[in-house]
Design a protein around this ligand. Sequence first.
Ligand code: HEM
Length: 374
Amino acid sequence: DAPHPFHGDHQAGITTPVQDHLHLASFDLSSRATRKDLVALLKDWSYAASRLTQGLDVSASGAVAGPLDAPPDDTGEAFGLPASSLTITIGLGPTLFELDGVDRFGIADRRPPGLAPLPPFLGDVLKAESSHGDLCIQACADDPQVAVHAIRNLSRIAFGTAHVRWSQMGFGRTSRTTTAQATPRNLFGFKDGTANVLADDAASLERSVWVAPTDEPAWMAGGSYLVARKIEMLMETWDRVQLGEQQTIIGRDKDVGAPLSGGEELTDPDFDVEVDGAPAIDVASHVRLAHPDNNGGAQMLRRGYNYVDGSNALGRLDAGLFFLAYVRDVEQFVTVQRHLSTDLLNEYVRHVGSATFAIPPGTQPGGWIGETLL
Ligand code: HEM
């Protein structure tokens, strides 16, 4: 496949057909970093990303063409591999604008009003080691080695200015972003991403994903907001749930993914249909509570991944969904997540990480991500 262009009106990695693998890293700036350092970092990252996404080494001398008496610019593990659909998406966290009341980079007055740590939600058990951050890089690729190589080399470029706060690897995309992509399954075995905002639906993207020129602040026009939630799934408990009950919890059948009100995978759910006097789609099912009709029209472009971080001391999978959603306004996520407080699924999941980032608009050749802000 042809590499995805790094440059454009919007950053790549949002409407791009979801790749199979993810490595997402959150960074904190060093306490000594200045605004000049921040600008230099975003320029360096943009330049490196424009090369890596084309299947090139991080710099011209790269892995093997540099002097023998210096460490190579590029770590080399992707040398000879194709671009593998790599996209690199750069985000800015709330603390970049203001940390403990300190305006480190002179941009506090430019913070998007909706960019703040998310409010607490019922059942949150967030861990600092998988939450928040000043900056983020989402690297998605069809080869995990290529995604890891990107994060590793971009982290290296940041040395002395920013360090990795946490990072997450993911596999087996849990959504689709184009009509051409088949719907994959998540670790509970259900099709995930059936009712998503798709790249071919320009009207929904304008309404729900891209920040409009008329939105505040103007420097975000053409950008988006990323909500990342690390959600542990209690796999062994779920695996003991009867098939019928699993379907009731989700509101869809497990085989083809059709709504329990009837039809095929892509049939719209009908919440008025009853079976034996009870709603076919349970009032506390995930799909009913998450559906835009029941959330004032709020929608999001979901682009999450499965993760498995090994097993815990009881031999249970330490695994779940690394939920990623792109929205025009973080409030869209907050509305749906609040509504999910009575979700039947809550017995089987636990939110352990949370982060939000402003995703600035794309840039043209010679430009850099963040140029409209700084
Ligand atoms: C739909 C699973 C968490 C928002 C679905 C579907 C499944 C699913 C199987 C049905 C297929 C589809 O339309 O994609 C899960 C699992 C979760 C989880 C296993 C946790 C581990 C969340 C969270 C949100 C969310 C945290 C947002 C706050 C949605 C939305 C839909 C959906 C908006 C589409 C509803 C519709 O329009 O019909 N999810 N989900 N999900 N989920 Fe989740």
